[in-house]
Design a protein around this ligand. Structure first.
Ligand SMILES: CC(C)(COP(=O)(O)OP(=O)(O)OC[C@H]1O[C@@H](n2cnc3c(N)ncnc32)[C@H](O)[C@@H]1OP(=O)(O)O)[C@@H](O)C(=O)NCCC(=O)NCCS
Length: 171
């Protein structure tokens, strides 16, 4: 089950983060809990087994960003991360975001496949500037893409929808 995190989940989130990330990633994951929105948790049998930190960058259009997603090592492989990312995508769309992004280390196969299985594709970093112009620069800085990370994107809205077919006229 996926739900919004509450204050009472804080200890569980820290436990999962420490079990899932090393070094600088653990530091940023723990710090990110405070400002994440949405902040989602996955529950299994009443226990918190995973979490997702999302961010929505305001602007026109808005951008959804999956900042961190993690599942307790003992509960991986059961679809919790897929459910967390799926719910985050629904939140982003509900807030009128037209795209979602994620940055993953290029050697993190599990994470890359997770996002690819949900329609994310690798895009060059320059895509941010192309799609969002000057604003993209700010976004890029806030995303703090490390050199060994790849940028993955998923577009919600079809940017070039097929023209509607004209209804046949009665003769
Ligand atoms: C990445 C992570 C969140 C996946 O969590 P999970 O709950 O085990 O993932 P799911 O069971 O929902 O798997 C969904 C899909 O992800 C991919 N995947 C997940 N684990 C995988 C693995 N070990 N190897 C390859 N692909 C994997 C698969 O495509 C899988 O779909 P499938 O089961 O139909 O093949 C988890 O391994 C984790 O917490 N890792 C450490 C933290 C991290 O690296 N987070 C991502 C960067 S922020």
């Amino acid at each position: 089950m996926i739900r919004d995190a509450g204050d009472a989940d804080r200890a569980a989130l820290e436990r999962v983060a420490r079990a899932s990330f090393d070094g600088i990633y653990a530091f940023f994951a723990l710090r990110g809990i405070r400002r994440a929105d949405p902040l989602l948790v996955a529950e299994d049998g009443g226990a918190v087994v995973g979490f997702l930190e999302g961010l929505v960058f305001d602007g026109a259009p808005r951008i959804g960003y999956v900042y961190f997603v993690a599942v307790d090592p003992g509960h991986r492989g059961h679809g919790h991360a897929r459910a967390l990312v799926g719910e985050a995508l629904r939140c982003f769309e509900a807030r009128q975001a037209t795209r979602a992004f994620a940055a993953v280390p290029d050697d993190n196969d599990a994470s890359r496949r997770l996002f690819e299985s949900l329609g994310f594709e690798e895009v060059p970093r320059s895509a941010l500037r192309q799609w969002y112009g000057w604003r993209g620069i700010g976004v890029q800085m806030r995303m703090v893409l490390a050199p060994h990370e790849v940028l993955l994107a998923r577009t919600f809205a079809d940017p070039s929808p097929a023209p509607a077919q004209e209804a046949p006229r009665p003769s």
